[in-house]
Design a protein around this ligand. Sequence first.
Ligand code: ADP
Ligand code: MG
Length: 55
Amino acid sequence: MYAIEVEHLNKSFAVGKEQVQVLKDLSFGVEKEDFLSIMGPSGCGKSTLLYLLGG
Ligand SMILES: Nc1ncnc2c1ncn2[C@@H]1O[C@H](COP(=O)(O)OP(=O)(O)O)[C@@H](O)[C@H]1O
Ligand SMILES: [Mg+2]
């Protein structure tokens, strides 16, 4: 069993009339006592993922 488990997570924002998909079918598991770094360029969705994990 994972401490954190994400299955097929999608997130999009409405920007005007458009939907901008930020997270696309994202799946991963984090084991208890794992250390995890989330890396990527500015705007790739790191903060969005953390907000969603926080509920
Ligand atoms: N509340 C919001 N409304 C519209 N677009 C957003 C919102 N929050 C984030 N975005 C867009 O989603 C994308 C990912 O943002 P973000 O998660 O903050 O990236 P990071 O933390 O990796 O820099 C960016 O293109 C950003 O402009
Ligand atoms: Mg950020």
